[in-house]
Ligand binder design. Structure first.
Ligand SMILES: Cc1cc2nc3c(=O)[nH]c(=O)nc-3n(C[C@H](O)[C@H](O)[C@H](O)COP(=O)(O)OP(=O)(O)OC[C@H]3O[C@@H](n4cnc5c(N)ncnc54)[C@H](O)[C@@H]3O)c2cc1C
Ligand SMILES: NC(=O)c1ccc[n+]([C@@H]2O[C@H](COP(=O)([O-])OP(=O)(O)OC[C@H]3O[C@@H](n4cnc5c(N)ncnc54)[C@H](O)[C@@H]3O)[C@@H](O)[C@H]2O)c1
Length: 474
């Protein structure tokens, strides 16, 4: 007979979301079973954020060598050793891995089961020959690359995010299909490592972002030699000697392009197919598991978090979901997801960061909004760093409540956090104008945009009269 376990909580998937739930619950003394079928750490550690940001860091070093001319340092074409870049990526993963390891979680008191989980019925999960009947279940099984059904795909070799970070060879020419964050971040990084890169995008690259910001990124990538082909309908892949040929249509014309390697970055699909969700009466469709604002599924014992819910697919969102579920499932507090405060960053160079509504979304939702802007070129530190391309836009209601911020430029991903705080705390933009920012820092861009809020008062006749009166008082 199968071993039976009856924990308080059973978490399926040990990626960003599942690990956060399991760690927090165990630290509160809750009896937790955590099931993982592949590597601890999930996509983010093994095939996503960590390897991609490590690759981008290597690419940035290469770019710095080439772009040092304006600083008075003779530029050099870097000798990129792809096998060493691979080692760097895997050293970074190895450095972080212990935080996500079976040993650490077992030490926290979590019962980690290696195996694939599936529901037998509404209250039982089977994994590794064991039967788990938990008080609550959390599904955190993430997502996988969605491969496009393009003819010829089975006849050509290709990378996805699950294989590209294992590459040790020089990539001479990379064709990237898909101009979303995965495609664009990797396209930019490989170009900087000396690879010729072409991106084929069916519609618009970085389409989820404010086009005014996306344009700054696209311009920079193109200036570095990334070929970006939008509105390209890929029709077929063909082997072409030891290369790959991609045939596509654009504006009614047929084209072909060939490369030494192909990367498919055409979106994600939720990891639900092995879970037998129907046995558990958990409602789902091809975009993911359906949840309410408290992340509960159609089965009241079962929650779902992170990528598998098909919403915003980011590590910090999976972590945030984990905190909502902990409040709901353990403390029975009526916690709800607030999507409005969730930031996102695309780590191209310049970085593109967004929190809250874009200008276009805000104009659709509110009758009147204000937009406060500040360019990098009016920041002294940006001038010193020669990182003057970019700007900040802050969007507020008529009364000055911050409802969105969009930033493109050097370290935009770090700088957006002040606006995340402002939105999280429901602050008005004026409150941020009185912050003292150290000089010279890029963070002054945030303050200068906020000061713009007071610009109309500089010419306000009433205020001028008050100042005049006060002057007369000595
Ligand atoms: C190339 C790339 C770059 C990215 N960069 C960033 C970034 O810079 N910043 C950011 O915030 N996000 C980034 N993301 C997104 C981020 O990786 C995901 O949003 C995040 O990993 C989602 O966490 P999760 O817990 O939902 O799923 P995952 O981390 O994918 O974890 C799911 C786990 O569940 C396991 N599993 C699946 N099915 C079963 C089953 N039946 N039984 C047992 N285990 C199962 C899987 O093996 C996996 O380990 C990136 C993604 C990619 C692909
Ligand atoms: N910096 C970050 O936080 C970061 C980085 C990478 C990924 N991610 C997360 O991972 C998610 C998935 O990223 P993604 O880039 O794979 O997906 P995506 O859905 O954002 O973009 C995929 C792109 O591929 C295009 N496409 C689809 N089929 C195509 C075809 N046949 N031919 C040409 N183009 C095609 C789509 O039009 C779309 O623009 C993101 O939405 C994001 O949440 C985050």
């Amino acid at each position: 007979m199968a071993e039976q376990l009856t924990p308080d909580l059973c978490v399926i998937g040990a990626g960003s979301g599942g690990l956060s739930v399991a760690a927090a619950a165990a630290q509160f003394g809750v009896d937790v079973v955590l099931i993982e079928r592949d590597k601890m750490g999930g996509d983010c550690l093994n095939y996503g954020c960590v390897p991609s940001k490590s690759l981008i860091a290597a690419a940035r070093r290469a770019h710095t060598m080439r772009a040092s001319g304006p600083f008075g340092i003779k530029p050099l074409e870097p000798a990129v050793e792809f096998d060493r870049v691979h080692d760097h990526i895997h050293e970074v993963i190895a450095a972080i891995e212990p935080n996500d390891s079976v040993e650490r979680f077992t030490g926290l008191g979590v019962n980690v089961i290696k195996g694939e989980a599936r529901f037998r019925d509404k209250e039982t999960v089977i994994a590794d020959g064991r039967e788990i009947k938990a008080r609550r279940f959390v599904i955190a099984t993430g997502s996988s690359p969605a491969l496009p059904p393009i003819p010829g795909i089975e006849r050509v070799p290709y990378f996805t995010n699950e294989t590209i970070f294992d590459n040790k060879q020089r990539i001479e020419k990379l064709i990237v299909v898909g101009g979303g964050p995965i495609g664009m971040e990797l396209a930019h990084a490989f170009r900087r490592l000396g690879t010729e890169v072409a991106v084929l995008e069916a519609f618009t690259p970085l389409a989820k972002e404010d086009p005014e910001l996306a344009e700054v990124v696209l311009r920079q990538m193109e200036s570095e030699g990334v070929e970006i082909i939008s509105d390209a309908r890929v029709e077929r892949f063909e082997p072409f000697g030891d290369r790959v040929q991609v045939l596509f249509a654009r504006g009614g014309q047929s084209y072909s392009i060939d490369g030494s390697h192909l990367l498919l970055a055409t979106g994600r699909r939720p990891n639900i197919e092995k879970l037998n969700l129907d046995n558990a009466a958990v409602r789902h469709d091809r975009t993911g598991i359906k949840v309410d604002k408290g992340l509960r599924t159609s089965n009241r014992r079962v929650y779902a978090i992170g990528d598998v819910t098909g919403g915003l697919q980011f590590t910090h969102v999976a972590n945030y979901h984990a905190s909502v579920v902990i409040k709901n499932a353990l403390f029975r507090l009526p916690a709800k997801v607030n999507e409005e405060i969730l930031p996102r960053v695309t780590f191209t160079d310049p970085e593109l960061a967004q929190v809250g509504l874009t200008e276009e979304e805000a104009r659709k939702k509110y009758r009147k909004v204000h937009v406060y802007r500040w360019p990098y070129s009016d920041n002294d530190r940006a001038q010193a760093e020669r990182a003057t391309d970019g700007f900040l836009k802050v969007i507020t209601t008529r009364r000055g409540r911050v409802i969105g911020a969009s930033m493109v430029g050097e370290q935009a991903g770090e700088l957006i956090q002040m606006w995340s705080l402002a939105m999280h705390k429901n602050m008005k933009i004026g409150a941020l104008a009185s912050i003292v920012s150290p000089y010279p820092t890029l963070a002054e861009i945030n303050k200068r945009a906020a000061i713009n809020f007071y610009t109309p008062s500089l010419t306000n006749p009433m205020i001028r009269r008050v100042i005049g009166l006060l002057r007369k008082l000595g």
